[in-house]
Structure formats: structure tokens, C-alpha cells
Design a protein around this ligand. Structure first.
Ligand code: PA5
Length: 427
């Protein structure tokens, strides 16, 4: 075992112990070539690779203009499921301060499940607010967002003139076909295109993710710039396992999988990372879990889950490996002296709360390694537009490489299609 330290673009670094697994390393290098050269199954869906460089100034302007129009309303409801909403939610939840201030533009999500209580509650909550809707569906025929959109569009139609609807409803869908596109054209809505060669779970850096993120008030140019910096670093020819974090991560995963570690747990030490973990689970789960293969992606929110799942990680079945996201800088908070005498924690007086959090991370990592859980620590300098953009791209690239190294097509989802077909028949 030796300690690998891999420095990456945008200050994103990795550290993990690794037995140089030559077979895994070779398979990952070959998988990288398969991805880059377009020689694998699903190669026509690799448009996401160049999304950060492909976005034109005019597309940025259109997104920002639409976002401004949306912000004239009193709230936005983003309607979509899976890859059509998880990326936007991941970025917005990461970048928004934990307690939304009164001046923050409210963003709600709908159509990501069929729970009646939730959707009745949402309509109630929106009340007579003048809200905007961004409906996102590549196929334009998905049941969950389709029904939620119908309900919201009916509500707005009852309350506003057709001219107003054009100011309030924005659609992101296929550029050439689909029910949603036809309806949008009929109503004269502003529409954004999901590129043909980009699948849902790889679409966060297209208008699918960028419009809601811009409407939430974030700088989408910075997010894309972070992703572009990461792309430039990890796609460079001649880089390998020792100096490319995406390839190192893919090799580590493959090596763990082949050693019967079939569950990967993404561990974040900030609630701001929870939705990134949800997005990451979809990305890896839907891309790799097929043909009887695939690492099961799970996640924990620490330190909270140290008091629940921590037991399992430390001591449960040894089928798991851990990927820890370590944020170097967070808000300053000096722990004050106790106002009422010794509370048993006086040794922490004057310490920075974030440093205590990082020390617990280190302590848990050491304990888990001692408990025979392979751990990779992914260090990001702080949570901001650039680092989040870079992190998402790093995971996407590692996912494409990992899936090819496993021998599956990263870009299809036959299992999801099977449930969709059953559901349509039964309904
Ligand atoms: O990543 C994927 O391809 C899926 O999760 C889709 O995004 C999801 O099924 C929603 O599909 P659509 O955008 O066609 O409504």
C-alpha cells in the first residue's frame, strides 16, 4: 500500500492509499481512450465532454435574460425528474447559504415524484403568488413531470392571460421533437434545447441545469469556467493515474470493485453537499448499474450519520469503500468559552468550528481505514461556483471512464426504460 496524492485543477486534490493495481490501471487507461476516441457503445452521447467549451456567448446571454425574466416573478418551480432536475438542485443547494434569507428568490421543485401530498402542498404554498415554471424534459413525455406541469400550467392558465404565460413558463426540451416542444410552440413559450448528444444525467452544464441555477442568482459563467478548467486538466493527453484525479478515482473504484467492494459511500461533512451526493448517486448508479454489474452508490451526511451509519461503516460487512469530500475553507466561527462554566468541552474554547469538523473527518477516516474500509479523500478548497463546476465535471468524466472500464455502456438506461414501459401499460 502506498499513499497516492493527486493534484487536480481548480485546487481539487485527492489522497488515498492504493496497492498499485496494474490491471485496474491499464483497464482505466484503455477506458479513457475508449471515451475520448468514441469507440465504445453509446459514443454518440458524448456531447457533454465538450459542453464547457461549446457554450456560446449568445447562449449565456439567452440563459441570463430568461433568468432575469423569471426573477420578475415571485418564485420559480422547476419541473423535472432524474437528470432533468438533480443537477440544478445539486448546484443550488450547494451554493445557497443554509438558511435562505428573505431576499433570496424562492425555488421549488416538482414532478420528481408522484406524491399527492407534496403537490397539493406546493399549490397551497404558492397560493396566489405569481410564480414562474421551468419545465425540463428531454423526451417531453415523462409521466411525473408531465403531470406536475399540467397541474401548474392549468393553474397559471386560469389566472393569467396567454401573453402572461409567455413571461412565466419556460421549457427545456428536445430541439426537434416531442409533445413538450409542440405545446411550447403552440403557446409561444421561450424554449431551451437539451443537446441531442447529451443524456439527462450528464446535462447539468447545458440549459437543463444552467437556467434554474441562473434564476437562483448564481453566476453560470463561473460554474462553466470551473468545469472548463477541470476538463482541460483531466482530458490532457499524456496524463495518467498518478497525475490525473479522474483517472486515479476511476482506477481506485475499479480496484475496490474487483476486491469485492461493491458499495461506494460518498461522505460529505456539510449539508450543502447532500444534493450533490443525490446527483452523484444518479450519475454513477444509472450509468454503471447494468448487465449484472456496477458499484452501488450510497451516501452519508456526516457528522450526523456518524451516529447512525457510522457503526455500519466501522464494523459492518466489509463490502464497502468510502469517498470523502473534504472542504478546506468554510465560514469562520470561533467557539466561544461557555457562559455557564465547564460544559465538558472547554478544551475546544477558541477553536474554529470548521477545523473541529475537519478534525472529526480525519478521526473518522483513520478509524474507517483501521476498520478495513478503503478511503479516498477528495479535497475541494471551498464551495463556490468554480469549484462546484469543476467537481461535477470531474465526477462526470470519472463516471464515463469507470463505466467503460467495467465493460458497460455509460449512456443508456435500459432498466429505467423497462419500468417506464410497464408503468405506461398499467396506467
Ligand atoms: O439521466 C437520465 O437520462 C434520466 O434520469 C432522465 O433524465 C429522466 O428519466 C428524465 O427524462 P426526461 O428528461 O426525458 O423527462
Amino acid at each position: 500500500m502506498k499513499i497516492f496524492e493527486v493534484a487536480g485543477p481548480a485546487g481539487i486534490n485527492m489522497e488515498f492509499s492504493y496497492t498499485d493495481d496494474i490491471a485496474a490501471n491499464n483497464d482505466v487507461m484503455q477506458a479513457r481512450d475508449t471515451l475520448e476516441n468514441g469507440t465504445g457503445p453509446g459514443s454518440e452521447m458524448r456531447g457533454w465532454l465538450s459542453l464547457p467549451d461549446d457554450i456560446t456567448e449568445s447562449l449565456f446571454n439567452e440563459i441570463e435574460e430568461a433568468a432575469q425574466a423569471i426573477r420578475q416573478a415571485q418564485a420559480l418551480v422547476v419541473v423535472g425528474i432524474g437528470g432533468s432536475y438533480l443537477g440544478a438542485r445539486a448546484v443550488i443547494d450547494a451554493l445557497r447559504p443554509p438558511f435562505a434569507r428573505d431576499d433570496e428568490f424562492p425555488i421549488f421543485f416538482a414532478g420528481h415524484h408522484l406524491d399527492a401530498d407534496y403537490h397539493v402542498g406546493l399549490l397551497d404554498h404558492l397560493g396566489d403568488k405569481r410564480y414562474a415554471v421551468n419545465v425540463i424534459s428531454k423526451s417531453g413525455t415523462t409521466t411525473e413531470p408531465g403531470l406536475a406541469f399540467r397541474v401548474l400550467l392549468n393553474d397559471l392558465t386560469q389566472r393569467y392571460e396567454p401573453g402572461d404565460l409567455k413571461q412565466l413558463v419556460f421549457a427545456t426540451t428536445d430541439g426537434n421533437k416531442g409533445t413538450l416542444l409542440s405545446l411550447s410552440r403552440k403557446l409561444g413559450l421561450t424554449t431551451f434545447v437539451v443537446p441531442d448528444d447529451v443524456g439527462g444525467r450528464f446535462s447539468v452544464l447545458s440549459p437543463v441545469g444552467l437556467l434554474p441555477i441562473a434564476a437562483a442568482g448564481f453566476n453560470v459563467r463561473e460554474i462553466v469556467a470551473g468545469a472548463a478548467a477541470m476538463a482541460q486538466g483531466i482530458r490532457r493527453k499524456g496524463s495518467g493515474i498518478s497525475d490525473n484525479p479522474a483517472l486515479a478515482y476511476a482506477a481506485y473504484r475499479l480496484s475496490c470493485y474487483r476486491a469485492d467492494r461493491k458499495i461506494e459511500v460518498l461522505a460529505g461533512y456539510s449539508p450543502r453537499l447532500s444534493s450533490i451526493a443525490a446527483w452523484w448517486k444518479q450519475l454513477f448508479g444509472e450509468s454503471e448499474g447494468k448487465d449484472g454489474k456496477g458499484i452501488f452508490p450510497a451516501s452519508v451526511d456526516l457528522t450526523s450519520d456518524l451516529h447512525s451509519m457510522g457503526q455500519w461503516l466501522q464494523d459492518g460487512e466489509r463490502t464497502v469503500f468510502e469517498t470523502i469530500v473534504d472542504v478546506v475553507h468554510s465560514s469562520e466561527m470561533t467557539i466561544p468559552a461557555p457562559a455557564h462554566g465547564d460544559d465538558g468541552l472547554t478544551y475546544l474554547n477558541g477553536a474554529q468550528l470548521h477545523q473541529v469538523n475537519r478534525t472529526v473527518l480525519q478521526a473518522a477516516q483513520e478509524a474507517h481505514i483501521a476498520g478495513n474500509v478503503p478511503c479516498l479523500r477528495l479535497e475541494i478548497p471551498k464551495i463556490d461556483e468554480r469549484t462546484v463546476g469543476a467537481l461535477l465535471y470531474l465526477f462526470e468524466y470519472a463516471c464515463g471512464v469507470s463505466a467503460y472500464a467495467l465493460g458497460v455502456n455509460p449512456f443508456d438506461q435500459p432498466g429505467v426504460e423497462a419500468y417506464k414501459a410497464n408503468m405506461k401499460r398499467m396506467l
